[in-house]
Design a protein around this ligand. Structure first.
Ligand code: C5P
Length: 414
């Protein structure tokens, strides 16, 4: 964090009283901090405290009084351009809505809009749990997340309302750690910058007839997180996805498909030109041999469905990749998986495999977290603890970058 410029945007919730402590921790870690307060935040935390701990005047008004000599009238732009990261803690329902709608009527919202592309925005909502779960707050959170912001779920515990539940802002120490991690991930000197990266994501649907299909529980969250993280590092990202309910990460080119064969057709043109192919999709291994045109009618007899193998996309890419191209696969297993993941690495000519189990609580399909074991082409294992899929995606890309660096150093390719 040393030497990094951080804007802390504080909006008007009771948790604002914890923000001087966040500033102190960031300053202690060597960061330069400017605080932007919304009008109502000043009711919960004193401007003087924040100015004292940051060593800088606090910004509030978009339009400073015109008669003060030396006033910077382009501050609403220059502050956003100055920042390496924008942190909004606490983020109230009102501030989430204003940012999601693109309003720009105070310094906090102006900083959000003028921040340079690729700089991390970390949002820590804090409010009553029922408010947080409301449809409008959830919609705004989803919009901000789709725009590339990292939104952290509020924590559970005692709330100002006297109730106990979800809604608390994380402790200042946790917030400071997350800011450090985000700044590390947003390195402008990433080895992925400018490289063509293809990511597959989501499930595939294999038609049985005109109204039915075979599929799986994949939500696409992991693949989308990988695509977003690669874009954040400056890669040129194509995301080929099966049917999912997720918004396209900013700056990523999305190609929607339904079946494994369509995913295969969409991926093939990129085999010769991509630098890294990351297969996070849960591609159906089999498809009904002959999908029925209309709707199949039931009768009193048993029905047999003949399934035929689908093309294995990452294995095909792995078999034909040139020196310098990297193939990364996922291996989701319910048991005995690690040995299988090692085998898959060799059989599919992969450079890296991300093995994960499927417990539906902290790992696997649908949930927001994952615990990955990364296995590189020399069969070295790195076990990661359960973490948000966004963080797991960044760790995965750190490993990809290590492989790119190794290739640059002339280490042997497979
Ligand atoms: O062999 P298995 O299905 O376990 O391998 C999983 C890995 O292979 C994932 O990375 C998945 O995206 C990829 N895959 C693929 N095409 C298939 C099946 C799996 O690209 N038809």
């Amino acid at each position: 964090m040393k030497g990094k410029n951080i804007i802390l945007g504080v909006s008007g919730g009771i948790a604002a009283y914890k923000t001087p402590q966040i500033v102190r921790l960031l300053k202690k870690a060597g960061a330069n901090v400017r605080v932007a307060l919304t009008a109502s935040a000043g009711r919960f935390v004193s401007e003087l405290s924040l100015a004292t701990v940051s060593g800088e005047a606090v910004c509030r008004e978009m339009f400073p009084p015109a008669d003060i000599p030396g006033t910077d009238f382009t501050r609403h732009i220059s502050l956003g351009e100055w920042a390496d990261a924008l942190v909004i803690a606490p983020a109230t329902a009102n501030t989430l809505a204003r940012l999601a709608a693109g309003l720009c009527d105070d310094m906090l919202s102006a900083c959000f809009i003028t921040l340079r592309p690729g700089k991390p925005v970390l949002i820590f909502p804090a409010m009553d749990g029922q408010m947080y779960r409301s449809a409008s707050v959830q919609r705004n959170v989803a919009t901000l997340a789709a725009g590339g912001c990292t939104v952290f779920e509020p924590e559970s515990g005692d709330l100002a309302s006297g109730q106990c539940g979800t809604g608390r802002m994380a402790d200042p120490g946790i917030i400071a750690n997350r800011i450090g991690a985000a700044l590390q991930a947003a390195r402008p000197d990433s080895l992925l910058a400018g490289l063509q990266v293809v990511v597959t994501a989501g499930p595939t649907r294999e038609k049985i007839d005109g109204v039915r299909f075979v599929s799986n529980y994949s939500s696409g969250k992991m693949g989308f997180a990988v695509a977003r993280a690669a874009r954040e590092r400056g890669a040129d990202v194509r995301l080929i996805t099966g049917p999912v309910h997720l918004e396209t990460p900013e700056g990523v080119e999305r190609i929607d498909v339904e079946s494994a064969c369509q995913m295969h057709d969409a991926a093939k043109p990129f085999y010769p030109i991509c630098a890294v192919f990351i297969a996070a999709a849960a591609v159906a291994d089999y498809r009904p041999e002959m999908p029925y045109e209309g709707k199949l009618k039931k009768n009193e007899h048993q029905m047999q469905l003949l399934l035929v193998r689908n093309p294995d996309i990452i294995a095909e890419f792995g078999a034909q990749k040139r020196t310098g191209q990297l193939a990364v696969g996922f291996a989701l297993e319910t048991s005995e998986g690690l040995a299988y993941a090692h085998r898959k690495l060799d059989e599919k000519h992969l450079d890296l495999v991300a093995f994960n189990t499927y417990d539906r609580k902290t790992s696997g399909f649908e949930v927001d977290t994952n615990s990955l074991t990364l296995i590189d082409r020399n069969h070295r294992e790195t076990s990661l603890p359960p973490m948000q899929k966004t963080d797991a995606a960044r760790m995965l890309l750190d490993h990809v970058e290590q492989l790119i660096a190794a290739a640059g150093n002339g280490e042997t390719e497979r």
